[in-house]
Structure formats: C-alpha cells, structure tokens
Design a protein around this ligand. Structure first.
Ligand code: ATP
Ligand code: MG
Length: 216
C-alpha cells in the first residue's frame, strides 16, 4: 500500500477508478467525486459533501461550489464570534489581507460567506441563516499531524522531514514577503498530498499550509 492515496483524500483508500472505496464513494483527484457527490446538505450555492475534521471552530466540511464547479472546504465561524461586531471586523480585515496570498503551498481563501438559505440537512449539521462561513480551496490529503503518526515509529525520515520543512518555509517566506504572518503554524495546519510526476521521481509530496492569518 502506498503511503499516500492518489487523491490524498482518505488514507488507506484507493483512488476512484482503481477500486471501489471502503465508503462506496468515488473520490477523484480534484475532489469532485466524479460527478457522484454524496450531498449531505445545501447552503446557498454550496453543497456539503463530507466532514473533513474538527477544530476549535467546529467541524470543517468538504463541499462543492455549484457555480464555479470547484471543490471547496467550508469552515463555519461560531455564532458567538459572528455576532460580535469587533471580532467580525477583525476576521474581515484578516480575511482581506490573507486572501491576497497566491502560492502553490498555501491554501487560498475564497469567500467570507453569510448564510442565507439552508436545507433541512444543513440545518441538522448546525448551519443557520446569518452564520458566516469561510470558503477555502479544498486541499486533498491528510494533515502533517496525521501523516507523521502513520510513519514507522511515528517518525518522519530525515528526507521527508527536510522536504516538508523546505516547502512550509517557502510558503511562510512568501507570506512574510507580503507582510503577512501565519499566527498558528502547526502540523494540523499543514496538508500533505502525493502528486504524481513523471521522470525519475514517481511521486512527490505536495504541501499546502492552511489557515494563514486566521489564528488567534
Ligand atoms: N482547506 C482544507 N482542505 C482540506 N481539509 C481541511 C481544510 N481546512 C481544514 N481541513 C481539515 O479540517 C480539520 C480541522 O481544521 P481546523 O482548522 O478547524 O482545526 P485545526 O487546525 O485542526 O485546529 P484548531 O482549530 O485548534 O486550529 C483539519 O485538521 C483538516 O483535516
Ligand atoms: Mg486549522
């Protein structure tokens, strides 16, 4: 078994087309589920497709933007933060700065979205009118935290660690050149995916740093 899945979405699960997946879902490399998205809720233009993980703000979901037809990640801003004018102003300000970062090793922020319409399923997941959502680029793969835990003795080889650190450093260096600091750099804010490449290096790790500028 490879260390990474080709689509990087579910560790230990083969890519779509290769084999039926444990969950019965077909995930493809871009997260579009090969057009067979298992929609578990709808919020305005966004379909919610599956939970990705839980953080201090709550559950983050994978989704699909039906307008751009791109996979996205959806993070809900807790209602008490959304209701606090000062905190929301700070989030808006940081969002404005951070959404100007364009780098292959940084997950792009797409929209700060005020919820209008939800279906019953989305409401059961906890989404409601006037909540604010952070809509981000979807990064396939697993967190550096999870990936490291799956290594022999839970230790990354020197090669892998150096390669990872170099890519994270590139992202941070670029952000600093734009006068933006991360504020919460940690293994759970780094996604690791295998990229197929040609030539002598059959697979290469891709790194995407999450949550730039959104930390406390
Ligand atoms: N853009 C994204 N693409 C893919 N997965 C994501 C994305 N953003 C978050 N995730 C997944 O969702 C999980 C939860 O993210 P979140 O930022 O809420 O929490 P955290 O960073 O683990 O912890 P904390 O809230 O304490 O910072 C992540 O660990 C990751 O697995
Ligand atoms: Mg995070």
């Amino acid at each position: 078994m490879d260390e990474f899945d080709m689509d990087g979405s579910i560790p230990g699960v083969k890519p779509a087309g290769a084999k039926k997946q444990q969950s019965g879902m077909d995930l493809d490399t871009d997260g579009s589920f090969n057009g067979k998205r298992p929609v578990i809720g709808i919020i305005d233009r966004y379909e919610i497709t599956r939970p990705l993980g839980k953080g201090a703000f709550g559950e983050v979901y994978q989704g699909w933007d039906t307008v751009s037809r791109l996979p996205i990640a959806i993070k809900m801003i807790p209602a008490e933060v959304g209701a606090d004018h000062e905190e929301m102003e700070e989030i808006r300000y940081n969002f404005g700065l951070t959404s100007k970062l364009y780098h292959p090793n940084i997950v792009s922020l797409l929209h700060l979205h005020p919820v209008d319409n939800t279906d019953q399923r989305a409401r059961e997941l906890g989404f409601k009118k006037s909540d604010f959502l952070i809509i981000m680029e979807y990064a396939p793969g697993e967190t550096l935290f999870a990936w490291r835990r799956r290594q022999p003795n839970r230790v990354l080889s020197l090669d892998k660690a150096l390669s990872c650190c170099a890519k994270i450093a590139e992202a941070i260096d670029y952000a600093h050149s734009q006068n933006i600091i991360h504020r919460d750099i940690k293994p759970k804010n780094v996604m690791v995916t295998r990229q197929s490449t040609t030539g002598n290096h059959p697979s290469e790790m891709s790194i995407k740093v999450l949550d730039f500028g959104l930390g406390g």
